[in-house]
Design a protein around this ligand. Structure first.
Ligand code: CA
Ligand code: CA
Length: 86
C-alpha cells in the first residue's frame, strides 16, 4: 500500500484515517482489530445517553444496530445472537 494507507488482511488498501474509526472497512474488520478505543466497553453499557452493544472484539456499536439485519460487528455477532431473542 502507498504511504498513508493501511493494508487489510486480504491486501486491500484503505486510508489510515479509516483505521480504528469504529466502522468496518476491511472485509473482515481487520482495520478495527487491536484498536485502542477511547473508552472500554464491558457488556452493555450506557454512555453519553446512548446504549451500546459490545461485539466480540470490544467494538462498540449502537444498540439500535443490534439485530437490524445489517452486520455491524467485525464478526457480525450483532446479528448472530438474534435468534435467541425470537
Ligand atoms: Ca474502519
Ligand atoms: Ca446490525
Amino acid at each position: 500500500c502507498p504511504p498513508g494507507n493501511f493494508e487489510c488482511e486480504n491486501g486491500i488498501c484503505i486510508s489510515t484515517l479509516k483505521r480504528c474509526d469504529r466502522t468496518v472497512d476491511c472485509e473482515n474488520g481487520f482495520d478495527e482489530m487491536n484498536c485502542a478505543y477511547s473508552h472500554s466497553c464491558d457488556g452493555h453499557i450506557c454512555s453519553s445517553g446512548e446504549c451500546t452493544y459490545t461485539c466480540h472484539m470490544a467494538y462498540c456499536i449502537s444498540m439500535s444496530k443490534v439485530c437490524d439485519g445489517i452486520p455491524d460487528c467485525p464478526h457480525q455477532d450483532d446479528e448472530m445472537e438474534c435468534e435467541t431473542l425470537v
